[in-house]
Ligand binder design. Structure first.
Ligand code: UDX
Length: 445
C-alpha cells in the first residue's frame, strides 16, 4: 500500500519505519529540515531502542523516504493512499487545553493531494470532537475521501515493539456504514502484519469513542501512579513501606502489579498534558465535574517533586548553600532522551535555585537537557558528577544506575547520602556500604 505519515516525531518516525517494514511504500513528511535530513540518512533524530536498525532496514528496502515537501504526496495511481496524522498536540501556553493547530495544519496541507477513496487516519492524541470536525473538513474539500481515528498507545523506550505488536488496535470509523466498511478494509490491510498474529484484538467504534479511548487510558495510568504516590505519602507519615505495599496489592489480579512504581511521579510529553487537556475538554462539554479527581491526580504528582527537594534539604541539615548535589538522570524516564516535563530536571532546577551546586548526568538526554535547561551543570560520567557530592539523587531509574556499586561510589562522594527518587535501588546494599539511604514513601530506618 501507499502510505504517508505527517509528522516525524517520536510517534511518526517510528510509525513510518514500522509501516515500511511491514511492506508498505511510505513517505514521511515533516516541516523540520534537520529531522528530515537525519531520517533520510537513516539516522534516528532521538534515542529510541531498536529504531536505528529498523530505519536502516526500511531505507535499504527502498520503501521508505522522507521529505519536507508535502507536494511529494501528489500521485495518479489508481490505488488509494492512506495518510497518517502523527503531529503533536502540546498544551497551550498558560492553559490546560491542547493545541490542535498542528493537526489542523497537517490535514489542511494534505487536502490538495487527497483523492476520492483516500483515507486520512488520525493518530495524534486530540480533544474528543476533533475527528468529527476534521471529517467534515475533508469531505467538503474532497468528496469521497474518508477519515478514521486510530489512536496510538506506544510508550517511549518501547515504541518499536509497541508499534509492531500493539496490545490492541482501535479504529474510530465514519457513521456511514458503507464508508465505515471501506475504511475498516483499508486499515485491516495497513495492519495485516500484526493482525495476522491472530492475538491482537481489533476494536471498532465511532470517532468520539476512539478519541476517548486514548485519553481515558492515559488518565487511568496517571491515576494509578498518583494513587500509589498518595499511598507513599501515607506510608511516610505512618512509617510504612510503599514498595512492600505496592507489591502486596499488585498480587490482586484486579489491581495488577504494573504502574504501581511509587517515587517522583510521571512526566513526559503525554500523561501530564493529556490529563490537563482532558479536564479542559470535559469542561467545554459541560462534564467538568466528572474529571475533578484528575486535578488531584495532577496535584499529587507535582507534590512529589517538592517532596524530593524537601527530603534532600532535610538530609543536608536544612540548607543547600555550599552543598554539591549529584543528580542521576535527566530524561523523564529510562530508555529515552525525552526531557519534556522531566521530574528529574524539575527537581534539579529547584535545588539549584535554592543555592546548591547541582551536577546532572544521564546516559542519553544530556544534549536535550543542556538545550532546555542551560543553567544546570552537566557531566557525562557518573563518577565525575558524584565527585565530592554531599548527596546523590537517583531521579531516573536507568539500569546503569541501578547497577552502581555503592561501595565504589562511596569513595568518590564527600558524604554518603543517597536519595532514591524511583525506589529503584536496594536499600540494604547501600546501607551496608555505609550510605544513608532515603526514599519517598519508605521508612527511614
Ligand atoms: C505514556 C503511555 O504509557 C502510553 O500508552 C501513551 O501512548 C503515551 O503516554 P510514555 O509517556 O512514553 O507513555 O511513558 P510511560 O512509560 O507511560 O511513563 C510515564 C511516566 O510515568 C514516566 O515519567 C514514568 O517514570 C512514570 N511512571 C511510570 C511512574 O512514576 N511509575 C510507574 O509505575 C510507571
Amino acid at each position: 500500500m501507499r502510505l504517508s505519515v505527517m509528522g516525524c516525531g517520536y510517534l511518526g518516525a517510528v510509525h513510518a519505519a514500522c509501516m515500511a517494514d511491514f511492506g508498505h511504500e511510505v513517505i514521511g513528511v515533516d516541516v523540520d529540515e534537520r529531522k528530515i535530513a537525519d531520517l533520510t540518512r537513516a539516522k534516528a533524530p532521538f534515542f529510541e531502542p531498536g529504531l536505528p536498525e529498523l530505519l536502516q532496514r526500511a531505507m535499504d528496502s527502498g520503501r521508505l523516504s522522507f521529505t519536507t515537501d508535502v507536494a511529494a504526496l501528489a500521485h495518479d495511481g489508481a490505488a488509494p493512499t492512506v495518510h497518517f496524522i502523527c503531529v503533536g498536540t502540546p498544551q497551550r501556553a498558560g492553559e490546560f487545553a491542547a493545541d490542535t493547530t498542528y493537526v489542523d495544519a497537517a490535514v489542511r496541507a494534505l487536502l490538495p493531494y487527497l483523492r476520492p477513496g483516500d483515507l486520512v487516519v488520525g493518530k495524534s492524541t486530540v480533544p474528543v470532537g476533533t475527528a468529527a470536525r476534521l471529517a467534515a473538513m475533508i469531505s467538503e474539500a474532497v468528496p469521497g475521501a474518508m477519515l478514521a481515528w486510530n489512536p496510538e498507545f506506544l510508550r517511549e523506550g518501547h515504541a518499536v515493539q509497541d508499534t509492531q505488536r500493539p496490545d490492541r488496535i482501535v479504529y474510530g470509523l465514519p457513521a456511514d456504514p458503507d464508508e465505515a466498511a471501506r475504511t475498516k478494509a483499508l486499515l485491516d490491510e495497513v495492519y495485516a502484519n500484526p493482525i495476522a498474529t491472530g492475538t491482537i484484538p481489533v476494536l471498532t467504534s465511532d470517532y468520539a469513542t476512539a478519541e476517548l479511548v486514548k485519553t481515558a487510558a492515559n488518565a487511568f495510568l496517571a491515576t494509578k501512579i498518583s494513587f500509589i504516590n498518595a499511598m507513599a505519602e501515607v506510608c511516610e507519615a505512618a512509617g510504612a513501606d510503599v514498595s512492600a505495599l505496592a507489591a502486596a496489592i499488585g498480587h490482586d489480579e484486579r489491581i495488577g502489579p504494573k504502574f504501581l512504581g511509587a517515587g517522583l511521579g510521571f512526566g513526559g510529553g503525554c500523561l501530564p498534558k493529556d490529563i490537563r487537556a482532558f479536564m479542559a475538554r470535559a469542561g467545554e462539554l459541560g462534564a467538568d465535574q466528572a474529571l475533578t479527581f484528575l486535578r488531584e491526580v495532577d496535584a499529587i504528582n507535582m507534590r512529589r517533586r517538592t517532596r524530593m527537594v524537601d527530603l534532600a534539604r532535610e538530609v543536608l541539615h536544612g540548607t543547600f548553600l555550599g552543598r554539591k548535589v549529584a543528580v542521576l538522570g535527566a530524561a523523564f524516564k529510562p530508555e529515552s532522551d525525552d526531557i519534556r516535563d522531566s521530574p528529574a530536571l524539575n527537581v534539579a532546577a529547584q535545588i539549584r535555585l535554592q543555592g546548591a551546586e547541582v551536577v546532572v548526568t544521564d546516559p542519553a538526554a544530556l544534549e536535550n537537557a543542556r538545550r532546555a535547561w542551560p543553567d544546570l551543570h552537566y557531566e557525562d560520567k557518573v563518577e565525575v558528577a558524584c565527585d565530592g557530592a554531599d548527596v546523590v539523587l537517583l531521579l531516573t531509574e536507568w539500569k546503569q544506575y541501578k547497577a552502581i556499586d555503592p561501595a565504589q561510589l562511596a569513595g568518590i562522594v564527600r558524604a554518603r547520602n543517597v536519595l532514591d527518587g524511583r525506589n529503584a535501588l536496594d536499600p540494604q546494599a547501600w546501607r551496608a556500604a555505609g550510605w544513608t539511604y532515603r526514599a519517598l514513601g519508605r521508612p527511614r530506618v
